[in-house]
Design a protein around this ligand. Structure first.
Ligand code: 3PG
Length: 399
């Protein structure tokens, strides 16, 4: 695909109307205050570059999952406009009802406007050609910098790229794809993945896809419990999906055939109940009682896994291995996080809970690349094609 930087190098932005699709879908509290602004900060380089290149800049994003055609106050990007303006150091006016170009006629070179929640428009989710054509008509150059929404084929992430005079990838989208490509395309070996979370079912296709690629697949959380069942271990009343034991076994067997491993915990941290004050007991996996719930990996397991992390050439991390929100079940996640931080491997991490763990253990500087994608990061790990990227590639090839 064409990169924004290529166009800037050709001085192609001067005086041009540039439409940037960013992912500014950030969490807010009940009062509408932004609680985490990583995605806004990550969108700044593309916008600054376009401003510096003399473009008339329009930025848009979705926020949440609003009902089409029914704009409610909580759907508004107003708090995002304010934060973006602070980060850019210039005014960012929020434009309502912009699809037909109202309020965009007088846009000046170097000016930035934010176009209200793109998902409120009829046809956005369904990727309607009619809406995509209208949006394309607003610009000379379309830039997709929304990695977090790259797994969605919507009018502002996909359709518009077919109709805009020029369609390019922004620096964030390009950096995400470069980092993920480096980790999974031609990785330094051993390639180790950590896939943890409460359910095998939600991550089964990721596990299956990674089973063909990685040398070491560390599973954690409820996912590990299902793998423990496959290994013939008792897990008491821990969260697990007995109907997926067969699928877990298939993954173990497939990996074993090529000398790759799914390490099964040797010890675990158990409790009798799931609560912030629950008493934690370290147990050998053979001693898990019928009324135990496994809420973390034990110290021996954590030490073994930390050693494997230390020996890895590439690490892909998605998901905490225990209930790290409660300190007595956080040691496993903490140990692995610190091992990743200390490792010389190229590491890439993504997903909401993983980012929270990275923040809790203050290791963001030591992780090679932190993805802004949730669902998009997971779909990339599944080996799926991201439609928003595919269309940019097709446009570039059609030239
Ligand atoms: C995300 O938060 O993962 C992206 O912004 C995509 O949001 P969506 O799942 O509502 O499409």
């Amino acid at each position: 695909f064409i990169r924004l930087q290529d166009l800037i190098d050709q001085n192609a932005l001067q005086g041009k109307r540039v439409f940037i699709r960013a992912d500014l879908n950030v969490p807010q509290d009940d009062a509408g205050n932004i609680t985490e602004d990583t995605r806004i900060r990550a969108s700044v380089p593309a916008i600054k570059a376009a401003v510096a290149a003399g473009a008339k800049v329009m930025v848009t994003s979705h926020l949440g999952r609003p009902t089409e055609g029914e704009f409610k106050p909580e759907d508004s990007l107003a708090p995002v406009a304010k934060r973006l303006s602070e980060l850019l150091g210039q005014p960012v006016e929020l434009k309502q009802n912009w699809v037909d170009g109202a309020g965009l006629e007088g846009l000046q070179a170097g000016q930035v406007v934010l176009l209200e929640n793109v998902r409120v428009n009829k046809g956005e989710k369904k990727n309607s050609d009619e809406l995509a054509q209208k949006m394309a008509a607003l610009c000379d150059i379309y830039v997709n910098d929304a990695f977090g929404t790259a797994h969605r084929a919507e009018a502002s992430t996909h359709g518009i790229a077919k109709f805009a005079p020029v369609a390019a990838a922004g620096p964030l989208l390009a950096a995400e794809l470069d980092a993920l490509g480096k980790a999974l395309g031609a990785p330094a070996r051993p390639l180790l993945a950590i896939v943890a979370g409460s359910k095998v079912s939600t991550k089964l296709s990721i596990l299956e896809s990674l089973a063909d690629k990685v040398d070491n697949l560390i599973v954690g959380g409820g996912i590990a419990n299902t793998f423990m069942l496959a290994a013939g271990l008792k897990i008491g009343k821990s969260l697990a999906e007995p109907d997926l034991v067969g699928a877990a076994q298939t993954i173990i067997d497939k990996m074993a055939k090529r000398g790759a491993q799914v390490p099964i915990p040797v010890d675990v941290v158990c409790a009798k109940e799931f609560s912030p004050g629950a008493a934690a007991t370290v147990k050998d996996v053979k001693d898990v009682a019928d009324d135990d719930m496994i809420l973390d990996i034990g110290p021996k397991t954590a030490a073994q896994l930390a050693q494997q992390i230390g020996a890895a050439g590439t690490i892909v991390w998605n998901g905490p291995v225990g209930v790290f929100e409660f300190d007595q079940f956080a040691e496993g996640t903490r140990t692995l996080a610190l091992a990743i931080a200390q490792s010389k491997a190229f590491s890439i991490a993504g997903g909401g809970d993983t980012l929270a763990a990275i923040a809790k253990y203050n290791i963001s500087e030591q992780v090679g690349y932190i993805s802004t994608g949730g669902g998009a990061f997971l779909e990339f790990l599944e080996g799926k094609t991201l439609p928003a990227v595919e269309i940019l590639t097709q446009r570039a090839a059609a030239k």
